[in-house]
Design a protein around this ligand. Structure first.
Ligand code: PMP
Length: 373
């Protein structure tokens, strides 16, 4: 008889599962739910992967990742943020999810509090809970989904271990400016609070998206190529931060993931040569199209980055009821309560062809105007 560990009861997957269950009955839904780009892995990166396989790069790699890629990432992080990470301050992980897993397992203990700005990427609260920590939600609805330094200060307690930042953000598309990050850094410094900064969407920004690591020493930066290079299935991410933490993460990686996929690591050496200006311009156009079609009907702030829209339907709809009705009407969107302690909003992902996006937006407007049945 298998008796599951109690920790399994601390997390649940019911929010997303409900969306999938509802969607199963649909024939040809307009799918605005999946958080991934709609372009394939660029040809030079595919070619590098094939070459890696054929030349026998199919074995374990060092736990921290291959030296060439680590050097390349330290260089690109320096160009992006100005931060000069040392050799032992960067580890390659199995996607940003792998980095989040290792970092939170290395840091969070029973009773620790982790401050999570709400709305949040769904994985954060579940991993914190899995490892025995307590998520402390910092409501950002009245701060334009940015971070009010005073509210942050109030959320800090003697048990606070970490602040989890995400800019550009999933699900809101919010980008934190240099001034905002500086204000957050000042509070964290005063309280000796470490920051875990998930910057997976840094390539998708329609205005400057600075890195928290530029402003605050005690930052662990997480980055990855899943989104920027259309390789969500290839599992490539990295974490850069203080050597003590990176070494602890490497120790856990040694006994869990072992290493990030070898072929992906070699293929990723070709990623920096890819010009992302065209796909980013295309997503900016989609953003503009969507905002134009939806902003008369829904309360929303034009997203500044990532590829999501976070919107509130007109009353008397709640975001959750609206998402459920939209899914039944054939437009897959995600109820806000999957990403928030509130259920007032919904999330849609706009990485679909323009005509599909337009058809989806028109249906959402129609449904919002018709009201709940
Ligand atoms: N962080 C955020 C904010 C995300 O949206 C995602 C993917 N949806 C991840 C991390 C995980 O990405 P990866 O594929 O690199 O594990």
């Amino acid at each position: 008889m298998f008796h599951l560990a109690k920790r399994c009861e601390r997390i649940d997957a019911s929010g997303i599962r409900r969306v999938f269950d509802l969607a199963k009955a649909l024939k040809n839904p307009i799918n605005l739910s999946i958080g991934q780009p709609d372009f394939d892995v660029p040809a030079p990166v595919k070619a590098a992967a094939i070459a890696a396989i054929e030349s026998g790069q199919n074995t374990y790699t060092p736990t921290q990742g291959i030296a060439e890629l680590r050097a390349q990432l330290r260089h690109s992080e320096q160009q992006r943020s100005g931060r000069n990470w040392a050799e032992d301050e960067l580890i390659i992980t199995s996607g940003v999810s792998g980095g989040l897993f290792l970092a939170l397992l290395a840091l969070v203990e029973e009773g620790d509090e982790v401050i999570i700005p709400d709305p949040y990427f769904v994985m954060y609260k579940h991993l914190v809970r899995l490892f025995g920590g307590t998520p402390v939600y910092l409501d950002t609805y009245n701060a334009d989904f940015g971070i009010d330094p005073q509210a942050l200060e109030q959320a800090i307690s003697p048990r606070s271990k970490l602040l989890l930042l995400n800019s550009p953000a999933n699900p809101t598309g919010r980008v934190l400016s240099a001034e905002e990050l500086q204000a957050v850094a000042a509070v964290c410094k005063r309280h000796h609070l470490a920051v875990l900064s998930d910057e997976i969407y840094s390539a998708f920004a329609y205005e400057p998206a600075p890195s928290m690591s530029a402003f605050y020493e005690q930052t662990l930066v997480l980055g990855g190529y899943s989104k920027s290079h259309g390789m969500t299935g290839w599992r490539l991410g990295w974490a850069a931060g203080p050597a003590k933490l990176i070494q602890a993460m490497a120790k856990i990686q040694q006994y869990s993931f072992v290493c990030a996929p070898s072929v992906t690591q070699f293929a990723s050496l070709a990623c920096p040569e890819i010009d992302l200006r065209q796909p980013i311009a295309a997503y900016r156009e989609k953003r503009d199209l969507m905002v134009r079609l939806l902003s008369d009907t829904f309360a929303l702030a034009p997203p500044q980055g990532a590829f999501y829209l976070w919107a509130k339907p007109p009353s008397p709809w709640t975001g959750d009821a609206f998402a459920e009705a939209a899914i039944k009407a054939g437009v897959l969107i995600i109820p806000g309560s999957v990403f928030s302690e509130r259920g007032s909003h919904f999330r849609m992902c706009y990485t679909v062809p323009n005509e599909i996006l337009e058809a989806g937006c028109r249906k959402l407007v129609e449904l919002a105007k018709a009201g709940p049945s």
